[in-house]
Design a protein around this ligand. Structure first.
Ligand code: NAD
Length: 333
């Protein structure tokens, strides 16, 4: 089999550290991959004056699969989020985030095994904001039947394929009757085509409470973009934090795999970040490109690494470096 070309975007902040660790263990797992390394985000802005260089877009377009570190977006001003730009450019409409209790990581919850399915292209992320009058601004929430049906279809297909039992649509249709109402109507319509999958609905605030009381009762969560963003971080907190939760942005042609976490500026450059989230994203990527044996090997090695519990980054209560984690996983491979 010919090696697969994968666009590797080191990203900003802790991105270069955690993606280097992930690339190292993916190679050691025996995956036949050629990395096509591309700059994006602040790193690209500083070097070539453009946070989304044409070379980056061309590389992803050609390779159709990427492993990406987090990209910095300034708060309240500056250029538009590069993540949002990439998701819209490649129409990566589904954001998939599996959240499960991991061996050897002590948290307040056990037996969590849920998947967040987040719509990735619209909602309040449309970027349409304007000042109506001094001191008054509007931010436009865009919900379409097309995108809502498409993400609901994705959630039910995923649930069927992965033998999941329940899809829970999470909304605020009691307040946003038109927009979230449309999202729910589409979810219900799709649910009626999957009689074997149980369908339920929860208002987002109640869903947050239920998630921290009884996370074990959740299976597949179906959310619009903003609720999905917030609930993803909440769910990461149930199983050990942002350092251990993977993600995938999926479209009809292109897939970009990335951790849920951001650039973690508070620990960037210290060799202290947890590389597991990007490594788990890398395992999802290996399965996506058909490198199932390398994926299984790496998954087993990470499982043993976690059970062993000798090497831990600070977020998991240890003192180990990013590199030490990668080296230990590589040794277990
Ligand atoms: P963050 O996820 O970067 O950090 C939140 C907290 O979690 C911090 O305390 C950080 O140290 C910790 N953390 C995150 N990842 C970790 C890891 N791998 N190991 C150990 N600890 C980890 O969120 P933030 O501070 O709100 O955002 C910082 C920047 O990241 C912003 O510019 C934001 O726009 C960007 N961001 C990018 C993405 C992405 O590229 N997909 C996602 C979220 C945020």
């Amino acid at each position: 089999m010919k090696p697969v070309r994968v666009t590797l975007i080191p990203g900003d902040g802790i991105g270069p550290e955690v993606t280097a660790a992930a690339a190292h263990v993916i190679e050691r797992a025996g995956a036949r991959i050629v990395w096509d390394v591309q700059l994006g985000g602040k790193a690209a802005l500083d070097k070539v004056g453009n946070p989304v260089p044409d070379a980056l877009l061309a590389s992803i377009k050609k390779n159709r699969v990427a492993l990406k570190g987090p990209l910095e977006t300034s708060v309240g001003h500056g250029y538009r989020s590069i993540n949002v730009t990439l998701r819209k450019y490649f129409d990566l409409y589904a954001n998939l985030r599996p959240v499960r209790t991991l061996p050897g990581i002590a948290t307040s919850f056990s037996d969590v095994d849920l998947v967040v399915v987040r719509e990735n292209t619209e909602d309040l992320y449309s970027g349409i904001e304007h000042q109506v009058a001094p001191g008054v601004v509007e931010s436009v929430k865009v919900i379409t039947a097309r995108a809502s049906r498409r993400i609901a279809h994705f959630a039910f297909e995923f649930a069927t394929r992965e033998k999941r039992k329940t899809v829970t649509a999470i909304h605020k249709a009691n307040i946003m009757k038109l927009s979230d109402g449309l999202f729910l109507a589409c979810a219900r319509q799709e649910a009626s085509r999957y009689p074997k999958i149980k369908y339920r609905e929860l208002i987002v605030d109640n869903a947050c409470m239920q998630l921290v009381l009884r996370p074990q009762e959740f299976d597949v969560l179906l959310l619009e973009n903003l609720y999905g963003d917030i609930v993803s971080d909440l769910c990461a907190g149930l199983v050990g934090g942002l350092g251990v939760v993977a993600g995938a942005n999926l479209g009809a042609r292109v897939a970009i795999f990335e951790a849920v976490h951001g650039t973690a500026p508070d620990i960037a450059g210290q060799n202290a970040a947890n590389p597991l989230a990007v490594i788990f994203s890398g395992i999802m990527m290996l399965r996506h490109i058909g490198e199932t044996r390398a994926a299984a090997r790496l998954d087993r090695a990470v499982g043993r690494f976690l059970e062993e519990g000798k090497v831990r980054t600070r977020d998991l209560g240890g003192r180990a470096t990013t590199r030490a984690c990668a080296e230990r996983i590589a040794a277990l491979l």
